[in-house]
Design a protein around this ligand. Structure first.
Ligand SMILES: C[S@@+](CC[C@H](N)C(=O)[O-])C[C@H]1O[C@@H](n2cnc3c(N)ncnc32)[C@H](O)[C@@H]1O
Length: 190
């Protein structure tokens, strides 16, 4: 049987060929990147934890290992192939196929529970600017004041300030062992 790491890499590579701008990365997130993202999610908050761009599930697995209860976690992924993979890998989770630019609609069944935090692997720099703006607007709409957004970027200088105008950066850390190195940032909704 193929090992799960190799299977994820093969799947990720096929998706890059199909849609390079939407994948926005050369490899699945390294364990150090995934666990750093997950560790930034507070476990004492009410509301859902929404993971955007679940991909092959590296960050999803780290969120579960960190202690996010499966009933609180909703994973959003645009690619139907990756959604099938995520549903097979995490049968206990709600995995929703769709575009994060329509996040409020995708979460319409879950909205009564509120959104406590968003963990995003979306390639905001390589998506078309209109899509990135629409996604930023969804972040603002869904998170209440004090709500946290965890996002990583390959721009080691950090996310440009204009991209998330209603958020302030709370923390930032570079994970050098990821390929390529990435900066994990935590933003708080003002
Ligand atoms: C950098 S990859 C994710 C890496 C993931 N953490 C992993 O280790 O496999 C970005 C993911 O975001 C998804 N994606 C891109 N644009 C999206 C959108 N507008 N809505 C939802 N998912 C999107 C891609 O299909 C891809 O799976």
């Amino acid at each position: 049987m193929q090992n799960p790491g190799a299977a994820s890499l093969a799947l990720f590579t096929r998706e890059i060929w199909a849609n390079p701008r939407a994948m926005g990365a050369a490899c699945p997130s390294a364990p150090a990147l995934a666990s750093c993202m997950a560790s930034r999610v507070p476990l004492d908050r009410d509301g859902l934890v929404v993971e955007l761009g679940g991909g092959t599930g590296a960050v999803t697995a780290a969120l579960l290992k960190h202690g996010v209860p499966p009933w609180k976690l909703v994973v959003i992924e645009r690619s139907p192939t990756l959604v099938n993979h995520l549903r097979r890998r995490f049968p206990q989770l709600r995995v929703v196929q769709g575009d994060a630019a329509q996040l409020a609609q995708l979460l319409s069944h879950d909205r009564s529970r509120g959104v406590g935090g968003i963990v995003s692997s979306l390639p905001l720099r390589s998506l078309p600017p209109a899509v990135t703006r629409a996604i930023g607007h969804q972040f603002e709409t869904l998170l209440d004041a004090g709500g946290l957004l965890v996002q990583y970027t390959y721009d080691l200088r950090g996310t440009q300030s204009g991209l998330l105008p209603h958020f302030r950066r709370r923390s930032s850390k570079i994970i050098w062992s990821n390929l390529p190195p990435a900066r994990v940032e935590v933003f708080e909704r003002e």
